[in-house]
Design a protein around this ligand. Structure first.
Ligand SMILES: [Zn+2]
Length: 519
């Protein structure tokens, strides 16, 4: 095969399309230009017995269509070619980014995307997206190749790199990148060619061309999120309070996740004032105390569960095996024997993968292999690498406008993601909630220190710890006065407060609103 002649033939055919040359005339021209028809056929290894279309397909499969004596491009083929070139080019960008060890680009102002995609279908799942929507179908800005992997902020060209996408697809794709899309080359992780191809093809290509493993992973995670949003049986800490406080405002299914800071704030707002400050024998106080206790029990169980699960997964992995749902069953039974785990957490009220998704979306991930399910840890560093909010360039290289977010940005998922990233640990949240419940109202923000101590002692006991160990665990050094330790502990957990003496009694006086409730 004469490759150079083949290339020339290809150019010639394209010109024939562009200039609408009759096929017979165009081909004759080419043969004459390169000797004779027989000579060209021989060098291109074409058969006399085939017809023109067959010969074209032999050389350039599916690229040209011969119709009514004229030649046209097969549009589908042309699109595929263009997409293929784009994928190869982007893979090159990612490789080069890795070789150059450059800082990722700062997030661009992509508010135009929000305008453009508002009310449109999600390019991956067809859900109708909206800027004002909450939850899964909220319109977000997607970098097809993540900034952290070398992507840029461009919004133009035949295959724009930045587009609108529903919140759920965006998150799920991030999860694909974090858990399946990277490979260590030397000291650093790089987005694999396979992952780049997947991320682009999912938006611009055909579903049939998707990598089956990554596609299955995406689909499983996506479906799980949908199921989780529907799992209304999920329990909440402060169950009754939660229901009351949200009674008049129906919430979006997809908001069904506990421990969002907003929920806690709302709960705090609705429940504060119901706790009388000093009359510890009143029925309201006892009821509130019970509520706090069951809340704490739930929280403690979850903390314990997360800890155990994490350890057991690590042990399994260290031995080269995976942690299965059967293993999970064993863990749950053993926890249940000790402290009634199933009753306290309601884990049996939904599928385990839904439960894990609802409560530990960013800690654990479930993988199906044939008919079995396995649980993996999501390393925190992985997640950090996937979040693009961090300004990773040295300060002097970042232009000032990177710090100024236009108003429309507030509508964007950035703030949501930021809140998520800064999410405080369950332990701290439980602690804050417990203490906050003791504060009667905005005007009565002093709480008797004895009352706080009672709750703290209870917390210690729940954790099976002595007071000193409990303090040490929170990084509070031993002080001569236990009251000072309490104040230090409160401050360590984000409260702004001082020790005050009033009428011979000691109080912790809080500054409201709490620093951690300010956004
Ligand atoms: Zn979607």
């Amino acid at each position: 095969m004469n490759q150079s002649l083949k290339d020339q033939f290809h150019e010639h055919l394209k010109n024939m399309v562009w200039e609408s040359t009759k096929v017979k005339i165009g081909l004759k021209e080419f043969y004459q230009l390169h000797g004779t028809k027989e000579k060209v056929f021989k060098e291109l290894e074409l058969k006399q017995t085939d017809n023109d279309q067959e010969r074209l397909n032999q050389l350039f499969p599916n690229e040209f269509i011969l119709q009514y004596g004229f030649l046209t491009f097969n549009q589908e083929h042309a699109n595929r070619q263009a997409l293929e070139n784009h994928i190869l080019q982007q893979q090159g960008v990612v490789r080069q980014f890795y070789i150059d060890r450059k800082y990722p680009k700062a997030r661009g102002d992509l508010s135009s995307i929000l305008k453009k995609f508002d009310g449109k279908k999600c390019p991956t799942c067809d859900a109708i997206m909206g800027r004002k929507k909450v939850g899964n179908s909220k319109l977000t800005k997607e970098h097809i190749v993540p900034l952290s992997c070398g992507g840029d902020n461009s919004t133009s060209g035949p295959f724009p790199q930045c587009i609108g996408m529903c919140h759920l697809c965006n998150q799920t794709r991030n999860m694909v990148v974090v858990t399946r899309g990277k490979k260590s080359y030397g000291t650093q992780d790089r987005l694999t060619n396979k992952a780049v191809r997947f991320l682009i093809t999912q938006v611009y290509g055909s579903k049939n061309d998707l990598d089956s493993e990554l596609s299955a992973f995406f689909q499983e995670r996506y479906n799980l999120a949908i199921r989780a949003a529907k799992a209304k049986t999920a329990r909440y800490p402060m169950h009754s309070t939660y229901q009351q406080s949200t009674h008049s405002t129906p919430i979006d299914d997809s908001l069904l996740r506990i421990y969002d800071d907003d929920d806690l704030e709302n709960q705090a707002k609705h429940s504060s004032g119901s706790v009388p400050q000093f009359d510890s024998s009143s029925s309201e106080f006892i009821e509130a105390q019970n509520q706090i206790n069951s809340n704490l029990k739930f929280g403690q169980s979850m903390v314990e569960f997360e800890h155990q699960l994490r350890m057991e997964i690590q042990n399994k992995n260290a031995n080269g095996s995976m942690f299965s749902f059967e293993d999970l069953q064993v863990l749950i039974s053993s926890l249940d024997k000790n402290n009634g785990f199933i009753e306290v957490t309601g884990i049996d009220e939904q599928d385990y993968d839904v439960f894990l998704y609802l409560h530990f979306e960013e800690q654990f991930i479930v993988q199906s292999v044939e008919n079995s399910k396995y649980i993996h840890l999501i390393e925190e560093e992985d997640l950090d690498a996937s979040t693009e909010e961090r300004i990773t360039e040295p300060l002097h290289e970042v232009s000032l406008d990177a710090f100024e977010s236009p108003e429309s940005e507030i509508l964007d998922s950035d703030s949501q993601q930021k809140a998520k990233k800064n999410r405080t640990s369950l332990k701290v949240q439980i602690f804050r909630k417990t203490i906050d419940d003791l504060i009667a109202s905005d005007s009565q923000c002093a709480v008797e220190i004895e009352q706080i101590q009672t709750v703290l002692v209870w917390l210690c006991n729940q954790g099976g710890l002595e007071w000193d160990d409990y303090m040490m665990q929170h990084g509070i050094s031993k002080k001569d006065d236990r009251n000072l330790e309490i104040i230090a502990l409160l401050q360590e957990n984000g409260f702004s407060c001082t020790l005050q003496m009033k009428k011979n009694k000691l109080y912790a006086e809080f500054t409201l609103p709490h620093p951690f409730t300010k956004s």
